[in-house]
Structure formats: structure tokens, C-alpha cells
Design a protein around this ligand. Structure first.
Ligand code: PDD
Length: 273
């Protein structure tokens, strides 16, 4: 079945959606987005994602012409029309057309329905490797569409057998390219508190975990941790067993990470059936 999206104020076949080549999204890389999952035809944590999307639009000075309830209505229509039992919804607000080709314009809203593939079972069982990269995402708390560095750097990941990167600057870790980072040491679960996107998965993992600390975390600490993992909408919780050439803990997936993943899945089932 060919997918349908929302563009130019209506639901149309996704292949018919267009954008002007001079949109700031293209010529300056200026725009915002959000991405959430449907589970059993229900949008998981929808209000949290809408909160973040609406906040991102405000912080980037891009006007959103639809109310929260209107957005919910469109999303439901897309889920139905695409028969999206388990999948992803991507909301994009482009920077729009700008008279001087620089100042934020009138953004164009798109909502896409997508199929979604989780990482392989082997990755959840064995953990993944991250490559360290000195960087911090600009305006990290806003979910901008600017992933240029990560897209460019990703050529290295394949070469070096890595799943993704871990950003660090001045010794402190922030996040991975599309996920948040956690460590476990002596039963305490810690995650960075700043220069990150406030992930919706991170938020729920923090609520599910008992012994948590939200604070700056150094690379040294991460390398000396018992366990580490990343969280995101598209991965939920993926164990990290190596950074560059160094193993974390015993180099194997740890019990705290796997227990949290199970708890998350249980919560998901309770919410969406
Ligand atoms: N990425 N940090 C960054 C930079 C992200 O882009 C994301 C999400 C996260 C995790 O946030 P959440 O748990 O709300 O998905 C953290 C999405 C999934 C992506 O770009 O595909």
C-alpha cells in the first residue's frame, strides 16, 4: 500500500508531497521535526511528543497553524488511512520561504507515516559499539533537522563496526547522534543533564528506574561504568558495550539495562495493549 501524508493542509499520497527548493530547510538546514511510534494503532506518549514539537516550533520562531487538537485529529486520520498498526509518524516543520534567504520564514508542515525497523535482536543481546566524537549539538534542546555532522560521519561507523557516535566535549558526554546516553555504576543509573535533546524515551526510562542521577557525566566515568546504554524512540533501549576500542564493564550486555528494557516494554503494552 502506498503511504499517505499530510502536506499543504491536506492528506495526499506521500509521493505527491512537494517543497520549494529555496525553502530554508534546504538552503540553510533550518527546520524542526519530531518522531514517534504507533503501537497497536495508538500513538505512544503522543502528548509528550506534541509538547516537544510545539515547543521546538516556538523556540525556532516558526509558526504552527494548527492547534494541538487539530494535530491529534490529523495524526489519527493518518494512522487510519495508512493502516499504521506498528510504525512511525514524522512531523516536519520546514524553515519556509524567506525574503532574504536567511531569516526564519513561514514554515510548512508535513506529517508522514512510515514503517519502522528496530535494530536486530543480536544488537540487543550483544550490545553495540559507539565511536567518540568531539562535538556538542547546537541548540541541543530543540529537535532541529540539523544532523549534517552525524550523516557525514556515519560513513566511518560502517568502516569501524560501530552503531553510532557518542558526542563529548571538554571531557563531558552529551548524547549520541539520535539517542540519549546512560551509564550504570554500582546499581546507580546516570544520564547527562545538559547539552542534550530531552528524549521522551529517556524521560520514561528515568521514571521506570529507581536509583537515578541526572548530572554531568565524563567520558572517563563512562569507560569505567558497569553498563551503558542509549535510548530513543526507534531503539527504545540498546546496550552499549564498547566505546572506540575500549570495552565497558565486562564487554557484555548487563542485567540493569535488560531489566529496564523489559519494564519499558511492559509499560508500552499496558498503555497500548
Ligand atoms: N532521534 N537525541 C537526539 C539528538 C535525537 O535526535 C533523539 C531522537 C534522541 C532521543 O529522543 P526520543 O527518545 O524522544 O526519541 C536524543 C530520533 C528518533 C531520530 O532522529 O530518528
Amino acid at each position: 500500500m502506498k503511504p499517505f501524508c499530510f502536506a499543504d493542509g491536506q492528506i495526499i499520497p506521500t509521493e505527491s508531497a512537494t517543497i520549494h527548493p529555496m525553502d530554508l530547510g534546504l538552503i540553510r538546514g533550518y527546520g524542526i521535526f519530531d518522531f514517534f511510534r504507533t503501537v497497536n494503532y495508538k500513538a505512544l506518549f503522543l502528548d509528550h511528543y506534541l509538547d516537544r514539537f510545539i515547543a521546538s516550533a516556538k523556540k525556532t520562531y516558526l509558526s504552527l497553524d494548527y492547534s494541538r487538537d487539530e494535530l491529534k485529529g490529523i495524526i489519527q486520520e493518518l494512522i487510519d488511512k495508512n493502516d499504521l498498526k506498528e510504525g512511525g509518524i514524522r512531523m516536519v516543520l520546514s524553515g519556509g520561504m524567506s525574503e532574504n534567504h536567511f531569516s526564519p520564514g513561514k514554515g510548512k508542515l508535513y506529517i508522514f507515516a512510515e514503517s519502522l525497523i528496530f535494530p536486530s535482536q543480536q544488537k540487543y543481546e550483544q550490545g553495540v559499539k559507539l565511536l567518540s566524537l568531539e562535538y556538542v549539538r547546537p541548540i541541543a534542546e530543540i529537535k532541529t533537522t540539523n544532523y549534517a555532522l552525524a550523516v557525514w560521519h556515519s560513513a566511518q561507523w560502517k568502516q569501524q563496526g560501530a552503531e553510532d557516535v557518542i558526542y563529548h566535549l571538554n571531557g563531558y558526554i552529551s548524547e549520541s547522534s539520535r539517542s540519549n546516553f546512560f551509564i550504570v555504576k554500582d546499581g546507580v543509573i546516570s544520564t547527562p543533564d545538559r547539552h542534550i535533546l530531552m528524549g521522551i524515551t529517556r524521560k520514561h526510562i528515568l521514571e521506570l528506574a529507581e536509583n537515578v542521577e541526572v548530572r554531568p557525566i565524563t567520558m572517563q566515568e563512562a569507560l569505567a561504568a558497569d553498563e551503558a546504554f542509549i535510548t530513543s524512540t526507534t531503539k527504545v533501549l540498546l546496550p552499549v558495550t564498547q566505546i572506540d576500542d575500549l570495552k565497558i564493564g565486562n564487554g557484555k550486555t548487563g542485567p540493569v539495562s535488560l531489566d529496564l528494557l523489559e519494564r519499558f516494554k511492559k509499560m508500552e503494552k499496558e498503555l497500548c495493549g
